[in-house]
Design a binder for this molecule. Structure first.
Ligand code: PHE
Ligand code: CO
Length: 289
């Protein structure tokens, strides 16, 4: 049954109307993926985006991401989410659901807590081939979905959903959205072969994949939940600071404890700017090129 209760959600101060059709969405903001409506141009654009990025993530993305990319299908065109779900459910119990675009925080966290990942159903235009401000199908699918096949990361994402609902009730969403930003979207991992990327915002971008790993400019700070949640972020430039984990086990364990005392402490601590580095903290050098 369709209910016309889903209201469009826009990003930041954007004055452009949202592109997805929110009248298709149910009350939980999910909808059917309108697969039959994709044009030949859109299938072709997806295939070209995929091929370019597939080549670019080799030796830059973490191994867990690269091995899982094959599960996204043959990439000749936009996949049906239902086909990916057959393998994804079996791997980690997650499933993809289509959404018209950004959705409110509570609905977003509720989906994650139930191991359902929202994927925007529409694809960027040709003019946005290199850069798009809002998340589209390519960012959501290519950037986020491969790691849902990794058991530890899959559990982290579910914990994030429950943690988000809790943070909302504690009025601490601002702190938790920083954690989302600096891990799920822009996280780096230190491996035996140097730094690698696991954040979806980097993995679906061309320029930042090189910048974050090799530029001398940004800070690369060892992951620490309290330090991270004090730190503001920028949404319209390359990041000034990346937080580095040693593996998904560390990320999961460090975020497992109850954040309630952390949120209390954070209210009394000064915020840090996106580019600040503290005197005594561990940082990582860029990869050598
Ligand atoms: N442990 C966090 C809490 O108690 C929940 C959480 C887990 C948040 C993992 C983010 C990631 O609020
Ligand atoms: Co994203």
């Amino acid at each position: 049954m369709q209910q016309a209760t889903a209201k469009p959600v826009t990003y930041g101060a954007s004055d452009r109307p949202p592109r997805g059709d929110y009248s298709l969405a149910r009350a939980d903001y999910t909808c059917e993926q309108p697969w039959e409506d994709y044009t030949a141009d859109e299938h072709d654009r997806y295939a070209r985006l995929f091929a370019r990025q597939m080549a670019h993530v080799q030796d830059r993305a973490c191994d867990e991401f690269v091995v899982a990319l094959s599960h996204l299908g043959d990439a000749q065109g936009i996949p049906r989410f239902a086909d990916i779900n057959i393998v994804l459910r079996q791997a980690t119990g997650w499933e993809l659901v289509a959404v018209p675009g950004l959705i409110p925080e509570r609905e977003f966290f509720t989906l994650l807590a139930n191991r359902r990942f929202p994927v925007t159903y529409w694809l960027r235009s040709e003019a946005e081939f290199d850069y798009i401000v809002e998340p589209d199908l390519f960012h959501d699918l290519f950037g986020h979905v491969p790691l849902l096949f990794n058991p530890v990361f899959a559990d982290y994402m579910q914990a994030f959903g429950s943690g988000g609902l809790k943070a909302e009730s504690l009025h601490a969403l601002e702190f938790l959205s920083r954690l989302y930003w600096y891990t799920v979207e822009f996280g780096l991992m230190h491996t035996s072969r140097g730094l690698r990327v696991y954040g979806a915002g980097i993995l679906s971008s061309v320029g930042e994949l090189d910048y974050c790993l090799t530029s001398p400019e940004p800070n690369r700070v060892a992951f620490d939940a309290l330090r991270l949640m004090r730190t503001r972020y920028k949404i319209d430039t390359y990041q000034e600071t990346y937080f580095v984990i040693e593996g998904f086990g560390e990320l999961f364990d460090a975020t497992a404890p109850d954040f309630t005392p952390l949120y209390t402490a954070l209210r009394d601590l000064p915020e840090l700017g996106a580019g600040d580095v503290l005197a005594d903290e561990k940082t990582y050098p860029p990869n050598r090129v």
